[in-house]
Design a protein around this ligand. Sequence first.
Ligand SMILES: Nc1ncnc2c1ncn2[C@@H]1O[C@H](COP(=O)(O)OP(=O)(O)O)[C@@H](O)[C@H]1O
Ligand SMILES: [Mg+2]
Length: 167
Amino acid sequence: MSASFSIDVALSNEEHTRRVAAILAPALAQAPLPFVIFLSGELGAGKTTLVRALLRAMGFGGRVKSPTYALVEVYVISGLNLYHFDFYRLKDPDEWHESGFRDALTDQAISLIEWPQKALGAGVSLPPADLEIALSMGPSNDARQLRLSALSSQAIRLLQPLASTLK
Ligand SMILES: Nc1ncnc2c1ncn2[C@@H]1O[C@H](COP(=O)(O)OP(=O)(O)O)[C@@H](O)[C@H]1O
Ligand SMILES: [Mg+2]
């Protein structure tokens, strides 16, 4: 299945990023599980900021830590499991295999994965992404370019109705 659908949004500042997260959150809450999201973009592009805003918009009121050292942070929001992975630091696949989280990737959860290419490069296999969220630097300090790419038919169904609201 190679169908895909993408939406580009020029984010003017962090508040705009949070607004986009608030639009995405209710759609994600309806996603068929497992649902896998890859986040791409350089350090500081805003991946963790976007995940934090999504968790908040989905109703999580606690502290959202960057999982750079823990590799994964787990959230349960109204019975829905959300896993936030960050493979930035991962060099050794054994570290992942010994983390106790290796089966989390196939759980009935929404998995948000920062630096998936580092996991793949370290020999950790990941499920294919339903949705890719790509962030890159924009024309000013607080501007970012966002591209949402739906890569599965389920993701296309979730994203397509949001296109006009996100623009
Ligand atoms: N429009 C924006 N969207 C997201 N973050 C922004 C934006 N503008 C500025 N920032 C800042 O950029 C940084 C992004 O950091 P972070 O989310 O940790 O990036 P990453 O996880 O991609 O390394 C934060 O300091 C955040 O305040
Ligand atoms: Mg990050």
